[in-house]
Design a protein around this ligand. Structure first.
Ligand code: HEC
Length: 214
């Protein structure tokens, strides 16, 4: 299905690309067979092509929104990953990923405090956070890795309220995505709000699901 959609889109943009040169050719062809072409081509082929382009654009749009709905449904209905062979390693791995996000947050903090981080560095950091955020639900929190396993500080409620956990994770990936987008525009002044949103997205989930240090 995705294949067909892509084929359609390709064909339509090709059609549009070819339209110019072809019109040009038939215009400059002069006499004889060229005249026949001039009479037929613009009247019959071009509108048809335009129609086809419009149709496949619509089909593509339908396909994309279907994909989004599907992703959303899968995201919301997903279950935690089953316990792996080595839960202690799984805890260590995800803590390393959290630490990676914390390092990225330090860059954002430096920018907020005017301590030298650049817009481009904030953009990279936002990308790192987003990449980890999308893995929170898909693989970083397998079942059987709560407090008591290795050095885990993940409260058991996390798995009982998996949908809520998923919403906080999605919120982080959305806010980090927005920050990356703003950073890409290079507009330093517009970055404060999305940066603070990212900071809050971390804290909100920790508040609920991470055991506080004694
Ligand atoms: C959806 C929930 C959620 C979000 C969002 C989240 N975290 Fe966490 N984080 C946790 C949980 C749960 C733990 C405890 C994990 C453990 O101990 O195994 C944790 C642990 C950590 C740790 C401690 C890791 C260690 O070495 O023990 C750091 C640092 C951290 N998070 C940073 C961040 C930063 C920075 C962000 C935002 C950019 C963030 N987290 C966003 C849930 C979240």
């Amino acid at each position: 299905m995705a294949e067909a959609g892509r084929g359609g889109a390709g064909a339509s943009s090709e059609g549009r690309l070819h339209q110019g040169p072809e019109n040009h050719k038939s215009g400059s062809a002069g006499s004889g067979g060229g005249r026949e072409g001039m009479g037929l081509m613009p009247a019959s082929r071009c509108p048809f092509r335009r129609l086809r382009a419009a149709r496949s654009a619509l089909a593509l749009r339908a396909l994309v929104s279907f994909g989004l709905v599907l992703m959303l449904a899968v995201g919301l209905c997903s279950e935690p990953v089953a316990a792996g062979d080595d839960p202690i390693q799984a805890v260590a791995d995800r803590q390393a990923e959290m630490d990676r996000m914390a390092k990225a947050m330090q860059v954002i903090g430096r920018f907020l405090k005017n301590e030298g981080a650049t817009v481009a560095e904030v953009g990279v950091s936002a990308g790192t956070i987003r990449a980890v955020a999308v893995r929170l639900v898909s693989d970083l929190f397998p079942e059987g890795t709560e407090i008591g396993v290795g050095g885990s500080a993940a409260r058991p409620e996390l798995w009982r309220q998996w949908d809520v956990f998923g919403q906080y994770a999605a919120n982080l990936s959305a806010t980090a995505g927005r920050l990356a987008a703003v950073a890409a525009t290079g507009d330093a002044g517009a970055m404060r709000a999305p940066m603070i949103a990212v900071v809050r997205a971390c804290g909100a989930c920790h508040e609920l699901f991470r055991q506080k240090k004694p």
